[in-house]
Write a protein that binds this ligand. Structure first.
Ligand code: ASN
Ligand code: ZN
Ligand code: CA
Length: 329
């Protein structure tokens, strides 16, 4: 039938050859994952887009010369994000109702961004050296905006705006690590595949957010609330890195990191899977639209106590890392 689960072969831009969920004969509709589906805007900026179809269920060619390729990456990213939330957090899709969402690719002309608009993901093709915005971490980032909206519903301004943005970076990163893909390995960088700066550097660095040179903070201050959410996210991204990996220097999947706490303390991390569980619990049970960094600090400590016990190594790591970004108590 048209809804039968099929498995296609995708030649992606960023993740090599991958298996993707398809249906019919054939469309990029993943009936095993709530009907997640991917369409082609063909340069447009509104509407549902055109359904991608293919006769042999082998999609894309790994480069932009096939317009299916961006569709493969976006579809694969939505598949990985679905699986991450389902397998790790028991969450059934963005809205936790078993329903998938649409991804639209080839948005506009030379559009160097991607976004979640409340119902769907949309991806631009990039411009110049910036490549299509369809990497795993970006897909996980955008879909996680939907999860935030459906849960804590954090505002997109003030401290809450930074917590909102960092939540998307945290889960986008955890999706990327969980995929364990040979060509797009997990890292604590955001957008490293996109070449958005044209010189090979990523958009954001979680171990030391100020490395972006754009104004991201490493440490919370009373001025954090006045920054763009992509910069006020810095302290929470820094918290996530330190709580996971600890302070100091480390090499993970071939990438070198080095971080110091804002208060001069040194400590070990609890591992990213643990910290991801603590942050998910915080997002879904402790925070609301106006939450600030003090609420985040309180929330992670209480979540860690509930999950692992007061005085546990996990609780100590998230607490030390919150003190280590100067989050107010
Ligand atoms: N890609 C950006 C983001 O998800 C779009 C925006 O600025 N809201 O943060
Ligand atoms: Zn975002
Ligand atoms: Ca990344």
């Amino acid at each position: 039938s048209d809804d039968e689960v099929k498995t296609g072969t995708g030649n992606s831009m960023y993740s090599g050859q991958v298996s993707i969920g398809t249906s019919g004969s054939y469309v990029l509709k993943d009936t095993a994952r709530g009907g997640n589906y991917t369409t082609d805007l063909n340069g447009g900026s509104s509407g549902a887009g055109t359904t991608f179809t293919d006769a042999d269920n082998v999609w894309g060619n790994g480069t932009t010369s096939s317009r299916q390729t961006a569709g493969v990456d976006a579809h694969f990213g939505s598949q990985l994000t679905w699986d991450y939330y389902k397998n790790v957090h028991g969450r059934n899709g963005i809205f936790n109702n078993g329903q998938g969402a649409r991804s639209r690719v080839h948005y506009g002309n030379a559009y160097v961004n991607a976004f979640w608009d409340g119902t769907q993901m949309t991806y631009g093709d990039g411009q110049g050296n910036a490549r299509p915005l369809t990497s795993i971490d970006v897909a996980g980032h955008e879909m996680s905006h939907g999860v935030t909206e459906a849960t804590a519903n954090l505002n997109y301004s003030g401290d809450a705006g930074g917590l909102n943005e960092a939540t998307s970076d945290i889960f986008g990163t955890l999706v990327e690590f969980s995929a364990n893909n040979a060509t797009d390995k997990g890292d604590y960088l955001i957008g490293e595949k996109i070449n958005i700066n044209g010189n090979g550097t990523p958009l954001r660095y979680m171990d030391k957010p100020s490395k972006d040179g754009r104004g991201s903070q490493d440490c919370w201050t009373t001025g954090t609330k006045n920054l763009d959410p992509h910069y006020s996210s810095g302290p929470l991204n820094h918290w996530f890195y330190m709580a996971s990996e600890g302070t100091g220097a480390k090499t993970i999947n071939g990438v070198n990191y080095s971080t110091t706490s804002c208060n001069g303390t040194t400590f070990v991390g609890a591992g990213r899977d643990v910290v991801g569980k603590i942050w998910y619990r915080t997002l879904t049970t402790k925070l609301s639209s106006g939450s600030n960094y003090a609420a985040a600090r309180n929330g992670v400590i209480n979540s860690a106590k509930e999950l692992y016990g007061a005085g546990s190594a996990q609780c100590l790591a998230v607490q030390r890392a919150m003190a280590g970004i100067n989050a107010p108590a």
